[in-house]
Ligand binder design. Structure first.
Ligand code: FEO
Ligand code: CA
Ligand code: CA
Ligand code: CA
Length: 670
């Protein structure tokens, strides 16, 4: 441990204690500079937080946990959500017999595929019961028996399967979306209450409302919905979030993979200028990834060129009201939404932080116009329809600005620039953000404010295209080189940026920021283990260099690659789950890291996932005793017939995605 780093840690201990003392952050000017702190500060979580023995990276096909922790499977793909249904088991998957004409109808009552984000809503007055909302992001080849060969071989085989069994598409659509279920904690852990009154499956065909500034916009009208106000379904639901009034926000991410025929349409006489422009910064494919367009015309761009514009939004779902149509909240912009994590501003409005998970895309913040009313739930129903969407610019001096994405004939987003309305700004959100000079980031995944300090953490998962050159990229010409907030070339391992709003207020337009973590493998002899913020300047870093918020003990931090979802336990420690190519470091995992106190930056791996899986979710119960995680796509790289993972069912069966609950063996908060 170097003398300098010891000092840095001690300084942070003094400075970063609790939210009320972060008010002077506006004074922090240099990269990594941190706000001064008033007298009388107390340390919060660092002194009493439990520590865990770090797990070494693993390639074993088991779910491993640090000593003192245990886990259970709560619910997994195919499990019945209602009574009287045997569910779809991994035993059933060994043939295609289950994929008959009624498969979609059955799937609409079962837990979907590839669970990703999840959110827990405690039931009033109950410590051990709540509603769980879970995203089902996509369907992969790991459910269809008989596939083999390369990825493209398998894609061809799936296309042939769809031709032979067109019901495959309806089944896939039913396996997407969101599950809402009731869970209870008993002697044997958490279990699903089948058929509880809130139980609901939302799929790629569930009717929803379009609300906010793009409701009714010409670009959102299709032959099935000439009003541009009603849309079927949600899919590609990746991360998510919760509102202070207890609703779920699900994020539509890689919707471009679901549509086909885009090139043919673009070259045809049907391609109108407004729709073409709306697709420019978020191009669709000629050959869809899932083949839905071969059966369902709304996914064929030649038939419905504007259907895709009705997806790529944040969707609000009220888990307490199974009759309410989900609402696509267009005020929050259209892009590869990774999540929407909320916090209240000082004057009681709601701010939602969001990432656009694609290379060289942006970080966003929405701030509502109106205040949250904690006493009247119904009054908050449409808070997310009115407010200001912003995009972030990170400056080299460690400061930054939230740039308002507002249509204004006197401002940059006006008719002369091609934006005739706020509807066009939110639909062509990336293009509007380009015009304002937003900073292109290394694939922003979760952007999450700490409920304890108010500081915001953003997982920049990776970007292997970060290189010093200027060229066309995704519909615009930009500099792809490292910048202050994305300082590493060929960023295979990803990083985390910490953002401190001026005045510690989520409604601020200015902020300070610093690099919190440069992920990588500190065991790698070629890696420089950096401890000073001034070492992180763009252009001076190599792909392998690592940095753990200044923490100086190289042997005490865990290797990590590709941070994805983030969460906070009630004491304020940051939990990080990963989605990396397992050849980088090993199987994906869950990590915990203090953000304040002497252990700031001391990252510890506490969970190692089975082969092929990414870990997502990262949601604590309010008592801090349970951490819900998603184990998504275990067995990726194998097939049903030749599985590379057997988690969680074992016995030689193929793997399946599932939600797990992690707790301490002694029952204390994590
Ligand atoms: Fe679906 Fe950005 O991860
Ligand atoms: Ca995912
Ligand atoms: Ca993700
Ligand atoms: Ca990811």
């Amino acid at each position: 441990m170097t003398r300098k780093a010891v000092y840095f840690g001690a300084l942070l201990e003094q400075r970063l204690s609790r939210r009320g003392f972060l008010a002077a952050s506006g004074a922090a000017a240099a990269t990594g500079a941190l706000p001064a702190l008033g007298a009388g500060a107390q340390t919060t979580h660092s002194a009493k937080a439990k520590s865990y023995a770090a797990l070494a990276p693993s390639l074993e096909d088991t779910l491993r946990l640090s000593p003192g922790l245990r886990s259970q499977v709560v619910v997994g793909f195919g499990d019945p959500l209602f009574e009287g249904d045997p569910g779809l088991t991994t035993r059933d998957l060994r043939t295609l017999e289950w994929l008959d004409r009624d498969a979609a109808t059955r799937q609409e009552r079962r837990f979907g595929t590839n669970n990703d984000a999840l959110a827990f809503f405690p039931m009033r007055g109950r410590r051990d019961a709540g509603l769980l909302c879970v995203n089902h992001e996509y369907v992969d080849e790991l459910v269809f028996a008989g596939l083999s060969g390369s990825e493209s071989d398998q894609a061809r085989q799936v296309a042939a399967m769809i031709a032979a069994r067109p019901q495959t598409v309806a089944w896939m659509q039913a396996a997407h979306g969101v599950s809402v279920l009731e869970v209870r904690r008993g002697m044997r852990g958490w279990r699903v209450v089948r058929g509880a009154s809130a139980t609901r499956r939302i799929t790629a065909n569930t009717p929803m409302e379009i609300s906010g500034p793009a409701r009714g916009a010409a670009l959102l009208r299709t032959s099935a919905d000439p009003t541009g106000t009603r849309v079927l379904g949600t899919f590609a639901n990746c991360a998510g979030g919760k509102t202070p009034w207890g609703t779920y926000l699900t994020a539509e991410e890689n919707i471009q993979d679901y549509f086909g025929g885009a090139r043919t349409w673009a070259g045809s006489a049907d391609a109108d200028e407004a729709t073409t422009r709306a697709h420019r910064r978020w191009p669709l494919r000629e050959r869809s990834a899932y083949g839905w367009d071969t059966v369902d015309p709304r996914f064929d761009v030649r038939r419905e060129p504007r259907e895709a514009l009705r997806h790529g939004w944040i969707v609000e779902i009220d888990p307490q009201d199974p009759t309410m149509a989900p609402r696509k909240r267009t005020a929050l912009g259209r892009f590869c939404h990774e999540g929407a994590n909320t916090i209240l501003t000082k004057d009681g409005r709601v701010a939602a932080y969001m990432g656009d998970d694609a290379k060289f895309e942006y970080v966003y913040k929405f701030v509502s116009r109106d205040r949250f009313d904690p006493k009247d739930r119904a009054a908050n129903r449409d808070l997310l329809d009115h407010g200001t969407l912003h995009v972030a610019r990170f400056d080299a001096d460690g400061r930054g600005e939230w740039l308002p994405l507002v249509h204004d004939e006197r401002g940059p987003l006006n008719s002369a620039a091609g934006f005739a309305s706020q509807a066009e700004v939110v639909i062509r959100c990336r293009e509007a953000a380009d015009l304002l000079g937003a900073t292109p980031m290394d694939r922003p995944e979760d952007v999450e404010p700490s409920p304890v300090t108010g500081r915001v953490y953003m997982a920049l998962t990776k970007n292997d295209s970060r290189a010093p050159e200027r060229r066309d990229f995704m519909g615009r010409n930009i500099d792809l080189g490292p910048n202050a907030a994305n300082p590493r070339p060929k960023n295979d391992f990803g990083h985390i940026v910490e953002l401190i709003e001026d005045g510690d207020d989520a409604s601020s337009l200015r902020f300070a920021w610093n690099v919190f973590l440069l992920a990588g493998d500190p065991r790698d002899g070629a890696a420089r283990f950096l401890t000073r913020a001034e070492d992180l300047a763009a252009g001076q870093l190599a792909r392998e260099d690592v940095y753990f918020a200044g923490y100086a003990d190289r042997g005490a931090v865990s290797p990590i690659a590709c941070p994805d979802n983030l969460g906070f336990d009630p004491s304020g420690r940051l939990w990080v789950v990963t989605d990396a190519d397992t050849r980088l470091i090993g199987n994906n995992g869950c990590f915990v890291v203090p953000t304040i106190g002497p252990d700031r930056g001391r990252l510890t791996q506490v969970l190692s996932a089975p082969v092929g899986a990414e870990v997502c979710g990262c949601e604590f119960t309010p008592d801090g005793k349970t951490l819900f995680l998603s184990i998504q796509h275990p067995g990726e790289g194998g097939t049903v017939d030749a599985p590379v993972s057997h988690w969680p069912d074992g016995g030689g069966l193929p793997a399946r995605s599932a939600v797990i609950a992690v707790s301490r063996e002694d029952g204390a908060p994590l």
